[in-house]
Design a protein around this ligand. Structure first.
Ligand code: PGA
Length: 263
């Protein structure tokens, strides 16, 4: 797939979730991503690896020339203090972590993470100079596309509450990941979201960000069972700014296929 120079930079975020189980494996997988990225001379796309907190320090020492960026998979909303077990935006920033995923559906689901807290996290992370990947997406599609849009719209309104009053340039540092929960590979009876379904929602998200939050030119990526076989069908659209890849990011053959495609 040739990425047209005139198109905005596409971003591929590999998210490892709670994997792998040792630092040695994490380094091996990260080095593989680095090698594949270094074989590919195209600068017109960005590769980000979202790894568990415990590996970030070591992985940040492996980054060469910034051709692969690091992300955390969550962050707290205060910078320091008596918050046992939490990790702050400043800690991540000082470690060389550039991105943070906030509001992933698994955290919303298993940990009952609410929009109010997600909103605080988004603001604190942006304020610390991190780039935020906010995940939104409806739980099911049975009630139709308009219902799904309402659901996503409510998430955006709550998660970005007050964001337009912020001083700094938000749009540059904000990415939204549209992840329909029914299409995530680990969801029971997951169904594939068609590229057209994804595109329609992504356009809706962009319009909403522009009209309600005055965030023009926002980047919106797609996530949900993306792999080396289907990624092109999503990111070929100009409005789809990239992909958030979960399960496939742990398989070297899939990672290789995805990075090779972006030449
Ligand atoms: P998946 O995960 O690619 O395994 O569907 C995507 C995600 O949960 O971010």
């Amino acid at each position: 797939m040739i990425i047209d120079e005139s198109m905005a930079k596409k971003i591929i975020i590999f998210t490892w979730k709670m994997n792998p189980s040792s630092l040695k494996e994490a380094e091996g997988l990260f080095n593989f991503v680095l090698e594949e990225r270094n074989k590919n001379k195209n600068e017109n796309f960005e590769i980000v690896v979202a790894a568990p907190f415990v590996y970030l320090s070591q992985l940040s020492s492996l980054i060469h020339q910034g051709r692969v960026k690091l992300a955390a998979q969550d962050v707290f909303y205060e910078n320091q203090g008596a918050y046992t077990g939490e990790i702050s935006p400043i800690m991540l920033k000082n470690l060389g972590v550039e991105y943070v995923i906030i509001g992933h559906s698994e955290r919303r689901n298993y940990l009952n993470e609410k929009d109010e807290m997600i909103n605080k996290k988004v603001k604190a992370a942006l304020e610390a100079g991190l780039k935020v990947v906010l995940c939104v997406g409806e739980l099911e599609r049975e009630s139709g596309v308009e219902e799904a849009k309402n659901y996503v719209n409510t998430q955006l309104e709550k998660d970005f509450n007050d964001i337009s009053s912020m001083k700094y340039e938000v749009s540059k540092n904000l990415i939204v990941a549209y992840e329909p929960v029914w299409a995530i590979s680990t969801t029971k009876n997951a169904r594939i979201c068609s590229p057209e379904e994804a595109l329609e929602m992504i356009k809706f998200i962009k319009q909403t960000l522009n009209s309600k939050f005055h965030i023009p030119n926002s980047r919106v990526v797609y996530g949900g069972s993306v792999d080396g076989k289907n990624i092109e069908s999503f990111i070929k659209y100009q409005d789809v700014d990239g992909a958030l890849v979960g399960g496939a990011s742990l398989k070297t053959e899939e990672v290789e296929k995805i990075i090779k495609l972006l030449t």
